[in-house]
Design a protein around this ligand. Structure first.
Ligand code: NAD
Length: 256
């Protein structure tokens, strides 16, 4: 059980981040939800989750494209036993046409944010004598596809950052690992479907099976619940000696 532990999950008002929050509160953790928006519905979501599970749940707005915001998020959380770096965005274009601002934004949100949050969280974890850092990478942290240069560079980068964090915390009851999901049906993936339908001149179902899940031998999307469950496992005592590595949840993608 994670009772009494506080988890900070970046980019958690939708998709995989929200799935991870739900799994962590089911395991008894208090949680801090985050995104860059500061709407009533964001705070209401946290309140609802807290009430339903009898845990403390707060929403703290912070823009993960800005280093100072990343650091302030963990400072404002007050304690951070579990840090899940999940916020991420995607842009698809050939390298020679890739917009520079998109490149910079993807590197900032998908990679540098984890450096900033980790830098503030580590002293807190060392003081508490326990910590877990789970970085949400991707099958694209281990393999590549064309037209996703920034995303793939950032995801390979976060796998490297996870290894370094593990070495700097070894023997301190702190672990750091990266989860590498294949395709999970979330708003981020949903948003890619219309483009892919146009590019390949296919219907929705055909593009899902033949194009999107072409690399995923199971031909099934992974679920946010499965990513949540993997995160809770990495926070458990069974995983105390698992550090500096990756866990793929990708239906066999990276076995090919
Ligand atoms: P999503 O778009 O549903 O969620 C992304 C989350 O990040 C949202 O909560 C969004 O509000 C937040 N976010 C975006 N920009 C932010 C910013 N500047 N500051 C703070 N928060 C911000 O996408 P998702 O599919 O749930 O993706 C979550 C993570 O999982 C990402 O890192 C993504 O790369 C990774 N991932 C997703 C898949 C997939 O198939 N969905 C596969 C592998 C890895």
């Amino acid at each position: 059980t994670l009772k009494g532990k506080t988890a900070v999950v970046t980019g958690s008002n939708s998709g995989i981040g929200l799935g991870i929050v739900k799994a962590l509160v089911e395991a008894g953790a208090d949680v801090v939800l985050n995104s860059f928006t500061d709407r009533d519905e964001d705070h209401a979501l946290a309140e609802e989750i807290g009430k339903a599970h009898g845990v403390k749940a707060r929403y703290i707005a912070a823009d993960m494209s800005k280093g100072d915001d990343c650091r302030a998020l963990v400072t404002k959380a007050g304690s951070c036993d579990i840090l899940v770096n999940n916020a991420g965005i995607q842009h698809v274009a050939p390298i020679d046409e890739f917009p520079v601002d998109k490149w910079n934004m993807i590197l900032a949100i998908n990679l540098s944010s984890a450096f900033h949050t980790t830098a503030v969280a580590l002293p807190m974890m060392r003081k508490a004598g326990w910590g877990r850092i789970v970085n949400i990478a991707s099958a694209h942290g281990l393999t590549a596809s064309p037209f996703k240069s920034a995303y793939i560079a950032a995801k390979h980068g976060i796998v490297g950052l996870s290894k370094t964090t593990a070495l700097e915390t070894a023997g301190q009851s702190i672990t750091c690992n990266a989860i590498c999901p294949g395709y999970v049906l979330t708003p981020l993936v949903e948003a890619q479907i219309p483009d892919q339908m146009k590019t390949h001149n296919m219907g929705r179902d055909e593009v899902i099976k033949k194009v999107m899940l072409d690399r995923q031998p199971s031909r099934e999307f992974a679920t946010v619940e499965q990513i949540g469950g993997t995160t809770v496992f990495l926070c458990s005592e069974s995983a105390a000696q698992i550090t500096g590595t990756t866990i793929s949840v990708d239906g066999g993608w990276t076995a090919m």
